[in-house]
Write a protein that binds this ligand. Structure first.
Ligand code: BG6
Length: 488
């Protein structure tokens, strides 16, 4: 008998964005500067490579002094701040069941340290959630997506300092109270495991706070603080919105061994810990045993306060949201191997896979394997909150964009999601990355497009900002309308 897997009724189809990649209006409505506002555009010749900053305070101050000659695309985004109504109407037309956005923390607390929130910032998200509700779209909201108020970074080194845990908890409680009737799906941190590769982006850690030769220890101290902050937010969310679901997100990465050599297999196993360390803590509620040896061998001491262990144990996630773009290959150190592309994780090339124009290795079956791994390890509901293909799009004379490559990428991943559901995985939903073209996280360019909706804007912020539908718009509309049955 052939087995036919199906998406469950009520499956949450949609798309995902972040405040700093779409909103713009970086200095309007009482918003403070965020860590993303000082991240510069990557020049054309470097566009396919990664340039993730890890600045010092001097560098940040220097950027602020000389910024009129530089390009900061995350300051203008795609002007979602002013276009949200039109954008949400287009998502409704696509048939979205859910839309993932993030709240710009610095819109609510401009410095991060205030007691009273900025009403104008809160009111903006009220309007956005109301607009979603009007169209029957369920909000899925991230509290911190690759940005924190810049002040917290400069004054405290971000989450490296314990104080920031409490500032975050205050922010989380504030928005839970405000939006408790409007938002039921929450994510605390975007890709929390990214801090091991890019500590400034998600946590605000800057060079000045890191003692000489202690970067690895500083990263794990910062990780501990974010995990405690996550637990505090989960506790508050469960108290304030008892019918909410809250999770913490990771980069979903699967590593294959380069060869059947047992040491390559062990290297792949170890590399998976870059993800599992975080999911183990926030799902099982305790540090995994393998970290003891890792900390001892790397001379890492993490300061924990009395009560932290209990807090982590008592406040675990309701579901696991994760992104998935590619798989990786691991090998024992002496094995060598050619490097593959990616925005954060550094990997070896897999000869069996094709790659995007940015070198990201495309592996739909890896998604099925990863879904099964998470499911078997934790038996918790899963949510793919980012997946998609960044590509160069060509606008034809009549304004159309033919993007079969995007449909192929998404189709092949959706097919594997369906198989995973057939394997028994409890998958709640799927939000593709950047349903409307947006500013790239890693290179801050517009040329790398993920959307079903084209935005007329170039890398420097020139353009009419007009939105138009690509071929993939009509395709995804059909996918959603058929609940994943019609993928043609
Ligand atoms: C994820 C991030 O890592 O990848 C997003 O959560 C990001 O913010 C996405 O945009 C795609 O990466 P990039 O570098 O192509 O924008």
């Amino acid at each position: 008998m052939t087995f036919q897997a199906k998406f469950p009724q009520g499956f949450l189809w949609g798309g995902a964005t972040s405040a700093n990649q779409v909103e713009g209006a970086y200095n309007l409505g009482g918003k403070g500067l965020s860590t993303a506002d000082v991240v510069e555009f990557v020049e054309p010749e470097d566009r396919t490579s990664m340039k993730i900053p890890f600045p010092s305070i001097d560098e940040i101050n220097n950027i602020l002094k000389t910024d009129e000659n530089r390009v900061f695309p995350k300051r203008f985004g795609i002007d979602f701040y002013h276009n949200y109504k039109e954008d949400i109407a287009l998502l409704k037309e696509l048939g979205f069941k859910t839309f993932r956005i993030s709240i710009g923390w610095a819109r609510i607390f401009p410095n991060g340290t205030e007691t009273e929130p900025n009403e104008e910032g809160l009111a903006f998200y009220d309007r956005v959630f109301d607009e979603m509700k009007k169209h029957g779209i369920e909000p899925l909201v991230t509290l911190s997506h690759y940005e924190i108020p810049l002040h917290l970074s400069k004054e405290y080194g971000g989450f490296y300092s314990r104080e920031v845990v409490d500032y975050f908890a205050h922010y989380a409680k504030t928005v839970f109270h405000r939006y408790k009737d409007k938002v039921k799906y929450w994510i605390t941190f975007n890709e929390i495991n990214s801090l091991l590769m890019a500590p400034y982006i998600g946590t605000g850690l800057v060079q000045d706070f890191v003692p000489e030769g202690k970067l690895l220890e500083a990263k794990y101290q910062t990780a501990h603080h974010q995990l405690v902050a996550n637990a505090k937010a989960i506790k508050a969310c469960h108290e304030i919105i008892p019918d909410a679901q809250i999770g913490c997100m990771v980069i979903g990465m699967i590593n294959y061994p380069m060869s059947p050599h047992p040491e390559d297999a062990f290297a792949a196993h170890q590399d998976m810990h870059k993800t599992f360390f975080f999911t183990d803590v926030f799902t099982r509620g305790a540090y995994p045993s393998y970290m003891k040896r890792f900390f001892a061998e790397n001379n890492i001491h993490v300061n924990m306060e009395i009560g932290d262990e209990k807090l982590l144990r008592d406040n675990t996630v309701d579901y696991i949201p994760f992104s998935y773009y590619m798989s990786g290959v691991s090998a024992r150190p002496e094995q060598g191997g050619e490097k593959a592309g990616g925005n954060l994780l550094s990997n070896l090339k897999n000869p069996y896979l094709e790659a995007s124009d940015w070198g990201w290795q495309i592996d739909p079956v890896g998604l099925r394997t990863l879904l099964n791994m998470f499911h078997e390890r934790y038996e918790k509901p899963l949510f793919i909150v980012e997946n998609g293909l960044g590509a160069f799009d060509k606008v034809e004379e009549d304004g159309s964009v033919h993007d079969p490559y995007r449909m192929d990428y998404l189709r092949s991943h959706i097919e594997q999601m369906k198989e995973a559901i057939g394997d028994g995985v409890d998958l709640w939903g799927y939000t593709t990355w950047g349903p409307i073209d947006l500013v790239s996280f890693s290179t801050s360019e517009m040329s790398k497009r993920y959307g079903f909706i084209y935005v007329d804007q170039d890398d420097y912020g020139n353009g009419s900002l007009k939105r138009s539908k690509k071929d993939s718009f009509y395709w995804y509309q059909k996918v959603i309308a058929s609940n994943g049955e019609d993928l043609a």
